[in-house]
Write a protein that binds this ligand. Structure first.
Ligand SMILES: Cc1ncc(COP(=O)(O)O)c(C=O)c1O
Length: 376
């Protein structure tokens, strides 16, 4: 390369690009994108369930309708199927993932299950880095899709361990916590928000008053928050934050250096402020205790006659809190939230009384109190 002439630079630059864009790697890239697109074409959108039940009749009588978008029906069983697809397309089109390269992710489970699925689709080795407390069901699912699990002591150790594994294996660290909010197309393109508003379009309150979601990476709340603003909807966004998470305190103080012991509700709540959690997009935070998350999880599972996951319980508690406020204030409208994943993944954990009593505390009182709000 000759001194500081631009000609030298182009050469230098173009050699990297050229290597990446060699016929074979471009061929593989196009094949990989085509695999993901055809998988998407084979998939149907998730249902929007209108909660119709005597237990919430007092709300519908007051003009308040409650909906849950059922993300547990994705091929890999959770809302993370969308994120995993977006992260793979983002990394592929950035030239960060190439043929035969190992993909690594730091995940509490749901994202890793979905990423393992897409890695298998592309014939790539996949390693999930997770706390050793992750539910055996999720570990089995990652291995079912051909992934390998790498365990760390604490939730906060996943980042460094993932970076090290990527360095050692020459692999790519997908890093959902950084890229979740960037990889998803928030203006449309079949994102979760576009699907919500189109499925609500024939309801009596077609534009929801509130959308309630949890935050793990913060990607879901960022996508919905931006979409609502971009399409100029009056809808407000509430994040239901579990006990022990830093997000609610960060939302209030703006102090990004906050840390905590983290959440005991799998998938949501974090021990540190994550780059994909955009506090400016969130209109309100509701902090939910563990026993209330479990009480609401049990109540919604009974109401739907099928089990939902714990982070859905956290959502439902916040939904009912807002519904009660609206009812007392005489405000009508729709409240929409997500079924993030199915309860079958948590039978030996969150759906086991003995496990819950040992890990989270006795929920009896919380269940009685919640039952008063949603009498079955
Ligand atoms: C079960 C479950 N619910 C909710 C979420 C929150 O989603 P997000 O990461 O988009 O904030 C996650 C994230 O991992 C999850 O696994």
């Amino acid at each position: 390369m000759t001194g500081n002439t631009t000609e030298g630079l182009f050469h230098a630059g173009s050699s990297v690009g050229a290597a990446l864009n060699s016929a074979t790697s471009q061929q593989w890239l196009h094949w990989a994108i085509a695999q993901i697109e055809s998988d998407f074409q084979r998939s149907a959108d998730t249902h929007l369930i209108a909660i119709k039940s005597d237990s919430i009749k007092k709300f519908s009588d007051a003009g308040i309708d409650i909906y849950f978008k059922d993300e547990s029906t994705h091929p890999t069983g959770s809302l993370k199927h969308r994120l995993a697809r977006s992260l793979f397309l983002y990394a592929l089109c950035n030239g960060w993932v190439r043929e035969g390269q190992t993909v690594i992710e730091a995940s509490s489970g749901s994202t890793a299950v979905s990423e393992a699925y897409f890695a298998r689709l592309l014939g790539l080795p996949f390693i999930a880095v997770m706390p050793k407390t992750t539910s055996p069901e999720k570990i089995a699912l990652i291995e079912f899709y051909g992934g390998r699990c790498h365990f760390v002591e604490r939730a906060s150790d996943v980042y460094a361990a993932s970076r090290l594994l990527a360095k050692e294996s020459g692999g790519h660290y997908m890093d959902q916590f950084t890229y979740a909010e960037r990889a998803t197309d928030w203006r449309g393109n079949n994102n979760i928000a576009e699907s919500i508003f189109s499925q609500m379009s024939r309801e009596r309150h077609a534009i929801p008053t509130w959308i309630v979601v949890g935050a793990g990476t913060g990607g879901t709340s960022a996508t919905i928050g931006r979409y609502v603003r971009y399409h100029r909807h009056p809808t407000q966004l509430c994040v239901a934050d579990p006990e022990g998470s830093v997000f609610a305190k960060y939302h209030q103080s703006g102090d990004a250096s906050l840390t905590s012991n983290g959440s005991k509700i799998e998938g949501i709540g974090r021990p540190q402020v994550e780059p994909s959690f955009i506090r400016e997009l969130v209109d309100r935070m509701i902090e939910v205790s563990n026993v209330n998350s479990i009480a609401a999880m049990r109540s919604l599972s009974a109401l739907l006659a099928r089990k939902v996951g714990p982070s859905t319980g956290t959502n439902f508690f916040a939904v009912i809190s807002i519904a009660e406020e609206m009812r007392k204030a005489g405000v009508q409208g729709a409240i929409l939230s997500l079924i993030c994943d199915a309860g079958e993944r948590y039978l030996p954990t969150y759906h086991s009384d003995s496990w819950v009593n040992a890990q989270l505390g006795n929920c009896e009182h919380a269940c009685k109190r919640f039952a008063q709000l949603t009498p079955i």
